[in-house]
Design a protein around this ligand. Sequence first.
Ligand code: COA
Length: 399
Amino acid sequence: MEELKLRIRKYEVESDGAKVEELERRCEVGPSERVFLFTDTMGDPICRIRNSPMYIMLVAEMDKELVGVIQGSIKVVTIHNHPPKDLAKVGYILGLRVSPNHRRRGIGSSLVVRLEEWFNSNDVDYAYMATEKDNIASKRIFMEKFTYTKFRTPSILVNPVNHYDLQISSNIEISRVKIEQAEYLYRRFMSSFEFFPNDIDNILRNKLSLGTFVANFKEDHFWGDFGSNGHQVPNSWAMLSVWNSGEIFKMRLGKATFSCLLYTKSWCLIDKIFPCLKLPTLPDFFNPFGFYFMHGVYHEGPFSGKLVRALCQFVHNMASKSKDENCKIIVTEVGGGKDNNNNELNHYIPHWKLLSCPEDLWCIKVLKNHQGTTTTTNTFHELTKSPPRRALFVDPREV
Ligand SMILES: CC(C)(COP(=O)(O)OP(=O)(O)OC[C@H]1O[C@@H](n2cnc3c(N)ncnc32)[C@H](O)[C@@H]1OP(=O)(O)O)[C@@H](O)C(=O)NCCC(=O)NCCS
C-alpha cells in the first residue's frame, strides 16, 4: 500500500459540514447499473446519528482535502444469552464513504479501524453494520478484511403515499396510546426481540416520534386502556410507532435505469389521465422527499395481521394529510427471524416490490476487548450460526 499522509480526526460542524455533504453527493452506494437513493442531510451531515445515546463522526483528510467519512453510534440492546440479563453494548457503523479518486488506498480501512478503536474505548461488545447484499466493495471490506459475519437479512418495505385516504375496515378501532403506555407495551411484548433498544423511552419521547398506535377489533369489546388497568390487552391486537425521518433528512434519486424512468413517467401520466383509478402515486424521485419510518410493529391473536394492515393504512392517511407535503413514502424494516411469525409481516404491510429491498444484509463482529471470552463467543455463535429466535427490532435512529 502506498504511503499516505492521512489524518483521521473528529468531524467539526463549522468547517466540515459542506465538505462532507459534497463527498456524499459524489459517492454512489451500490452497484452502478441500478437505481440508488441519495440521502440529503440538508446541511447537517451528522443528523442520522444525532438522536443516538452516543455517537461520533470521523473524517479522513489528505493534504487538507476531505477524502473520507464514517459514522458510529453506541447503545445497549437485547442480545440473547449475553450476560447480564441478555443486554449488550453494541456499536453501529454507518455512512462509510471514500472519495472516488482516493479509493483502494486503505482510507476506508483506516476509518473502520479508528471507529472500532472508539467502540473499544467505550467497552462495546459487538460492532455491526448493514449493507446491500450486492455492494461488493462494502462486503469485501467488512466481511473479508474486518471479519464481520452475516447474521440477519431483514426486509426494507417501501410504500408510496397517495394523495387520497385509504379506507380502513369499519370493524377496526385504532387509537393513540400515551408514551408511558407505549413504553410499557414495548417492554412487555418486544423486549425479547433481538436488538431491542434498552432506551426505548428515549425513542418514544423524541421530537421525531409521531406516536404509538394500537388497533383491535370492535367486536372484541375492549374498553380499557391498552397496557393500563391491570395491564390488559384484547385477544387480537397490533401496535406500531411512527418516526418522522423526513424532518431530519430527505431522499433523492441518484440515477435510474431507462426502464425505471419510463415506468415512473408513464405511471404518473396514467394517474393524471385516470385519477378515478386511484393508482398509488409514485413519489417525484428527482426532488428531495421525506418519509415516515414505522417501527416496533407487533401483533398477536387471531387475524391480527389485518390489524397491522389497518395500522399501515392509518399511517398512510396520516402522511397524506400531513402538513409536510414532502412526505412521499412510508418505510419499515422487519423480519430477520425465520422461526417466528414476524416474517409474515411482509404480507400484511403494504409495499411496492419495485421500491423495496427484500434482503438488507446485517453483519456483526465481536470486538477486541471481548474476543475469546466464553460467553461472548457462545453468544456470537448463536447469533451467527443458529436461526434467530425472535425478529429484529429496527431502531428508527439508525435509518
Ligand atoms: C466501500 C468504500 C468505503 C471502500 O473504501 P476504500 O478506501 O476504497 O477501501 P480500502 O482501500 O480500505 O479497501 C480495503 C479492502 O476492501 C475491499 N474493496 C474496497 N473497494 C473494493 C471494490 N470496489 N471492489 C472490491 N473490493 C473492494 C478490498 O478487499 C480492499 O483491499 P485491497 O485494496 O487490498 O484489495 C468505498 O468504495 C466507497 O466509498 N464506496 C461507496 C460508498 C459505499 O458503498 N459505502 C459502504 C456502505 S456500508
